[in-house]
Design a protein around this ligand. Sequence first.
Ligand code: HAM
Length: 446
Amino acid sequence: MEINIVKGTHDVFDDEARGFDYIEMVLKAVADLYSFNQIRTPIIEHTELFTRSVGESSDIVRKEMYTFLDKGDRSITLRPELTAGVMRSIVLNKLYATKDLPIKNYYVGPCFRYERPQAGRYRQFNQFGVESVGVTSPFQDLEVIMLGYDALRYLGFKKVNLVINSLGDKESRENYREALKNYFAAHIDEMCSDCKERFNINPLRILDCKVPSDHELALNAPKMRDYLTPSAKARFELITKTLDDYGIPYEIDDSLVRGLDYYSHIIFEFHYQTESGVDVGAIGAGGHYDSLLSEVGGPELSGVGIAFGIERLYAVMKEDNLLKDTEVKTDIYVMPIGEKAIEHAFSLAQVLRANAYRVEVCLENKSFKQLFKRAEHVNAQLALIIGDNEIANNEVVIKDLHTQKQVNLPLDNLLSTLDMMFNTEEEKHHGHCDHEHHECSCHHEE
Ligand code: HAM
């Protein structure tokens, strides 16, 4: 019986797996430039962590969590995002007391949301993110936005759309909440059942409703920017001015509220449309938070973070050919000719690997046609062919699979010859490497 994959999940292999590796490598390198350190938190957490942080009014908590009772009757949830787990870890490990502030972490790993699967939307997906906790300065917010912007540039994006808004401080939000309640109260009968509930729990959420008539209503709702306290307004203006000074383009979107309850002040999303018009939604998003750490039992420390969706980055990068660096080449394919040569090929492959070559070896008796087909499949640059004659003469045939030239070589000269060939290749490549960024990892000719 064939067993189907769980709806909304996907297997990642070959090109896609290499693409994910590449994306994560670049994102880690950028997080490292900004002096963030890695944190790994569990995939399962107590459900309460998310109800308290992501929030009771969010769609994530209301509808999308994978929650179950474990064998000890505890309510456990597969994490829908990683920010909450990082906060829990900071609190439980008392990192706020033992470490100098800010506490700067980056993370990568799977998240789970029971959403309706569609392009760029999975039930299991991967995020890469950073969180900086313990600095109130708006420059800390700017640093995280710039990290996100740099990360996308290092990944090869030429134009991204940064959308921002401010949710202000607590006082701004309370005033705004009142204004929204007054406005929506007159329309409550026309609203969808979800929005009727949102009206009571958190009217801000109505602004995010996808139901067309509610969306229409939201367009004429009061605007957050008119309810910001003077200090919240000044903070937001400092951020926009600095973005201007650094030439980082952005758009202020009054309707941006973000789907998680923990934000205050600046919130932001990075969007991208491929050359052919494909848009998978936000490729990365985040914001500032003031009470998140205290909400999960820690001290009152502010923080800011961003998370990218790896699947979404991969989808648009693939579409616009930004993943060309991930093509993998096998340095050498070792081909035994005849049963007897297999053992020799096996041991030769081990020697080559010990000398840092990426090697594929055939361990069965195959025809020339099959062997060359495989060499092509693994994108090999050189073939080493060993048959009875070569064994008898302590030789090997070395064949350049691009030029098709081949020579017989005494085994004793093999390593020095390979060294010469591959070092020349590397110089040749790096001589004209046109990758702007320092983490260019290509070893061979493109
Ligand atoms: P989020 O906007 O819910 O924010 O998710 C961040 C990113 O994860 C999105 O921009 C998107 O690229 C990706 N993503 C979300 N849901 C899916 C899905 N169902 N399938 C594929 N990709 C998805 C957060 O999770 C916050 N924790 C971000 C943050 C960090 N805020 C402060 N610090």
